[in-house]
Design a protein around this ligand. Sequence first.
Ligand code: SF4
Ligand code: SF4
Length: 144
Amino acid sequence: MSTDNSTENTQDNNQDDNETIIVENPFHTARLKPKRKGKKPPKLLAVVHQSGCTGCEVCIQGCPVDSIELVPGPNPENPQFGQVVEIDLARCIGCQNCTQDCPWETIMMYEHDDAFTAWSHETLFSELYVEEDKLEELKEKESK
Ligand code: SF4
Ligand code: SF4
């Protein structure tokens, strides 16, 4: 997997033909997502180290707030192959269920602010990437 920090990181999965995987920017702006209203941020947040994730989905079932998202594998015809998960830091409440449930010990808890740095390094594939120009739109919707 590539961890190039370009805004849109493109991997050529098959050098012989034109099959290309688009990988979202791993250094994304999770921190800038709309804040939870009226609640203190959790002390800890969970981050998946995707390089060790097998996509077994065990962690998803134990999350009380549905904050663990599946990231499909690169082949749209077989998305389960090579799938991983990521955690939406805007929803995680830091309950630690997922760290205890993961059979591969690839989810770690971090202090709230440190989790955003860890997320940016460990989340190689993302479904939750928010482009900066969409952030204002998102924030407006949240405030209504
Ligand atoms: S720490 Fe709890 S809330 Fe956060 S992702 Fe893991 S199971 Fe979900
Ligand atoms: S339980 Fe661990 S290995 Fe399985 S999907 Fe979750 S993070 Fe990945």
